[in-house]
Design a protein. Structure first.
Length: 280
């Protein structure tokens, strides 16, 4: 005598299994599509580890995450953070703007001309490899401790990165596009602005992001090594009086500002220049 399972029981068991499987698949699909979800998880893990490390503590000079946030809010409310950023942004904005314009122009020239490549490429390769932290103090002997010296420190770090990335971007432009432009009687100006620059835009923006990141490093080196002003002054002052929560808050704030700046630049690129790469 053969026993057969009740169809109602089979369907019920199958329905329960498929329901839980469907829920898991939905969560996986949600996590896979939502980039912000993983960003939140990553930051939550970092801040939790920071809080635990501060409470252990791993060092008496290492504050907890909550103490750092409290110090950051205090500096923002008492009016010390905003004026410091206004001072820091002056050489940063000027230096990055000069580096972007000059760097992209030089990179395009180097990418289009073998003579310019032979003349300029070794110079910027050496500048990129040079220990700029050792060279920044030398600027003070020539230009003093004012805005010019700080701007030059930003340019010294940002310009080589932008030039070399722009040069590589132009060199890797699809040659068939350039040949097509020539076949349609396009002149050199049209080749550059209608074919070469649009096709090289992804790498150009990648170099610009790297240049801005290097510019933040340059301005902080300038404020820590040349003269303590702006955010560098806050870091130096609170370190000297052993107020470590405020020191870490100043460091964390400049990291956050640089990260948001680079994220905003990437958003502009994807939103206006490369909409086909924008994720849904």
């Amino acid at each position: 005598m053969h026993m057969t399972a009740s169809p109602h029981k089979v369907s019920a068991a199958g329905g329960a299994g498929s329901g839980s499987s469907s829920l898991v698949d939905t969560l996986i699909e949600f996590a896979g599509r939502r980039k912000g979800f993983w960003v939140f998880v990553s930051l939550a893990t970092l801040f939790t580890a920071w809080e635990i490390a501060g409470r252990v503590p791993i060092s008496f000079a290492f504050p907890t995450f909550l103490e750092t946030v409290s110090a950051l809010v205090e500096m923002a409310l008492d009016g010390t953070l905003l004026p410091a950023y206004l001072i820091t942004f002056q050489p940063l904005v000027i230096g990055v703007a000069v580096s972007a314009v000059l760097g992209i122009a030089l990179g395009i020239v180097m990418g289009l001309s073998d003579k310019a490549e032979w003349l300029l490429a070794p110079v910027f390769i050496v500048l990129q490899a040079a220990p700029m932290a050792a060279l920044v103090p030398l600027v003070t002997f020539v230009y003093g401790i004012g805005l010019v010296a700080k701007t030059l420190a930003v340019i010294m770090l940002a310009l080589p990165v932008i030039v070399l990335n722009s040069y590589k971007a132009v060199r890797h432009v699809n040659p068939s596009l350039v040949d097509m432009c020539r076949s349609f009687q396009g002149n050199r100006f049209q080749q550059i602005f209608k074919i070469i620059i649009p096709d090289a835009t992804p790498v150009l923006f990648a170099g610009l992001r790297l240049g801005i990141a290097a510019g933040f490093i340059g301005v902080m080196l300038a404020e820590l090594l040349i003269t303590p002003t702006g955010i560098g002054d806050l870091i130096t002052y609170h370190r000297s009086i052993a107020n470590y929560a405020h020191m870490y808050a100043a460091v964390a704030s400049i990291i956050a500002v640089s990260t948001l700046t680079l994220a905003a630049l990437q958003y502009v690129e994807l939103r206006f220049l490369r909409p086909e790469k924008r994720r849904k």
